[in-house]
Design a protein around this ligand. Structure first.
Ligand SMILES: [Zn+2]
Length: 649
């Protein structure tokens, strides 16, 4: 019998099957709870596997809905969401499960291994972070807060969307369009009473196009002003959200929201986050000043915020621009995939063998992955764009490595999805270098999941990995897509077989690092603002004051008074990044640090690469990444290596 599930999703009967499964699960929970002597083996393990099997059943539907979207998949998916949400909410509020977990952790503390302890600790933590263990009055208040919070977040993004859509700038003089790419001009073009005019809006592609290529400085400023002063009514929402987040954190036993946020993250405490960001900041400022100076030399006036994108583009064209079309022939999809497998073979002794299996689309392929010649996992690659596929790229985990309730080993599996140019009988799929980077990135996530040797599925692979550490393995692998030693394995012209030159690779790296210090400064400003904002209750003018104080250091060009960036900071006010925006940089530092250790040891002969495989990839979420990183490097992460990766000296 195959060690892997067969990809299968019966859309017609999905809802009936799902409902039956959940009913059965609920009955099973009752039976498990009634047991007299609850133990890890007879209580936790079956519950854990129940979850795993539900994922096995549900993942094909969400996968299909994302890669072969149709009215039918949408309908079934939409219908199933409330059912599954109700089920999991009920479970996460079941205080009897919480109490049982706490008992078992205490009773079996001496005999449980660290994986099992972590399963219990994380589950207990999640119960406690939702307040399920508190008294009724507090629980009711927490519920009110949650409802209010999601309402406010929703209003925040709605206001932003309305403001974005309400604005347009009409250009009638074609002189003002000079310098814009023809495609952008075509996008902006419309007819008004037989007269041709051009419309620019605050929607990303349109706004970016003018602010980057538009020659007319006044129009640039007008657009910029409109953009950074959107949704002034969001200021009030910010105040209210900050108050509610603080109240919630206090009810759950934290001093403030920043501390609540850190409870599920790798970063140990407030100071380590702030010191980390400030350290990066101090080391970035000198080069950012130089970069701005270089920009300033080609501008005829003192640069303002609405000028930098424009002059950056001018400078880039002059020195650092790469012509995608020149690169594409070197990145033929099949060559890239096989070349990446060769690279993984040399680095981790992995072998990928294509298998013959009926999948959801003729362009999707399955591979069995062997580690040191032992069958380890299965991956599914679906790499080409098509109409029915959602945009972007991602890894979706399916099975997790574990030992099941019968004591049998279950192997892992995952889907890698990208949107590369489609191949046809006549033409191969030729990638941009960015696409190659994307493939390495998603494969990095995939390896983190499938190479797990953990026996408890809830902390196996990417399961149980902290939020600010998830991007570590993906960024680690992605960095190799710029390395001559790696690129030369597979980057050969698909017609002539000529291998990519050092000069071409060098240009890729230069272009990646173009104005990187200025970019870093911006990200650090966002991160520091977000994090400090959640360390106490900032209200009204205090919010702006905090931002202004930070900007004394982070903003090399003082933004105009009308700039109310915070009213559009959707990541933290309507997304999941509150007191967590720093995570981007945090994971980048881990990955850059280990990447250079491997590089400096000669890549394929590197001992750190072996250790990375044994510690980070094999142990998944079974220990905090803080612990795993120390096991690997015997020290904290070194921010200098991120600066090195970005070409910041
Ligand atoms: Zn990622």
């Amino acid at each position: 019998m195959s060690k892997f599930l067969k990809f299968h999703c019966d859309l017609d009967n999905f809802i009936t099957d799902l409902t039956k499964k959940l009913e059965k699960n609920n009955k099973q929970v009752e039976i498990l709870l009634k047991q007299e002597n609850k133990s890890y083996a007879n209580f936790v393990k079956p519950l854990e596997m129940m979850d795993e099997y539900l994922e096995h059943f549900f993942t094909p539907l969400s996968h299909l809905n994302a890669v072969n979207n149709s009215e039918k998949t949408q309908e079934v998916y939409t219908d199933s969401l409330p059912i599954i949400t109700q089920y999991s909410t009920q479970l996460s509020q079941n205080i009897n499960i919480y109490n049982a977990y706490k008992n078992i952790l205490e009773k079996e503390n001496d005999s449980l291994n660290y994986e099992q302890k972590r399963v219990l600790e994380l589950n207990i933590l999640h119960f406690e972070l939702s307040g399920a263990h508190l008294d009724e009055k507090t629980k009711t208040r927490l519920q009110e807060i949650n409802i209010k919070k999601s309402e406010l977040s929703n209003n925040f993004s709605q206001n932003l969307l309305d403001a974005t859509n309400a604005y347009e700038y009409i250009i009638t003089d074609e002189e003002d369009l000079k310098g814009l790419p023809q495609s952008e001009i075509e996008n902006a073009k419309f007819q008004d009473n037989g007269i041709i005019k051009y419309k620019f809006t605050l929607q990303m592609p349109s706004y970016i196009a003018y602010i980057t290529y538009g020659k007319n400085r006044e129009i640039r400023e007008e657009l910029y002003r409109a953009y950074v002063s959107r949704a002034p009514q969001n200021a009030q929402i910010i105040d209210e959200l900050l108050r509610l987040r603080n109240e919630m954190s206090k009810l759950l036993g934290f001093d403030n929201y920043a501390e609540f946020s850190l409870a599920t993250k790798m970063a140990q405490d407030k100071d380590s986050v702030i010191n980390f960001l400030e350290d990066l900041l101090d080391n970035t400022i000198p080069q950012a000043k130089n970069e701005l100076h270089e920009l300033q030399t080609i501008a005829p006036y003192t640069l303002q915020s609405h000028d930098t994108s424009y002059y950056a583009e001018v400078l880039k064209k002059e020195h650092y621009d790469i012509d995608e079309e020149e690169y594409r022939p070197y990145f033929e999809q099949k060559n890239v995939v096989e070349g990446m497998f060769t690279f993984l073979n040399k680095l981790f002794n992995l072998t990928c063998k294509k298998i013959d299996e009926q999948l959801w689309h003729e362009k999707a392929y399955a591979y069995d992955v062997y580690e040191n010649n032992i069958l380890k996992a299965r991956i599914y690659l679906d790499l080409e764009a098509r109409e029915s596929k959602r945009g972007g790229a991602w890894m979706h985990n399916w099975q997790a490595h574990c030992i099941d309730e019968r004591g049998e080993e279950q192997l892992a599996s995952a889907f890698v999805v990208c949107n590369f140019p489609p191949s046809s009988k006549k033409n191969p799929s030729l990638l941009r270098h960015d696409d190659v980077v994307t493939l390495f990135h998603e494969t990095g996530h995939t390896l983190h999941h499938i190479l797990s040797k953990v026996n408890e599925n809830e902390v196996s692979g990417v399961n149980g990995v902290e939020w600010d550490a998830v991007e570590f393995p993906s960024q680690f692998l992605e960095n190799f897509a710029y390395e001559p030693k790696v690129l030369k394995i597979f980057a050969k012209h698909y017609k002539t077989n000529e291998i990519i030159s050092d000069a071409m690779i060098n240009k890729l790296v230069k272009s990646k690092n173009f104005l990187s210090a200025m970019g870093m400064l911006r990200q650090l400003e966002f991160s520091l603002f977000d994090f400090k904002l959640h360390t106490k209750v900032y209200q009204g003018a205090e919010v702006q004051n905090l931002l202004d104080t930070l900007r004394e250091k982070t903003a090399l060009i003082k933004p105009a008074k009308y700039n109310k960036f915070q009213n559009g900071f959707a990541h933290i006010f309507s997304g999941g990044y509150a007191a967590g925006y720093y995570s981007y940089k945090w994971a980048e530092v881990l990955s850059a640090d280990v990447f250079y250790a491997v590089m400096d040891e000669g890549v394929f002969t590197s001992d750190t690469a072996k250790q990375y495989q044994n510690i980070i990839l094999h142990k998944g979420g079974s220990k905090s990444m803080q612990e795993l990183f120390h096991e690997l490097m015997n020290r904290d992460a070194n921010t200098k290596q991120l600066l090195r990766l970005n070409g910041i000296k």
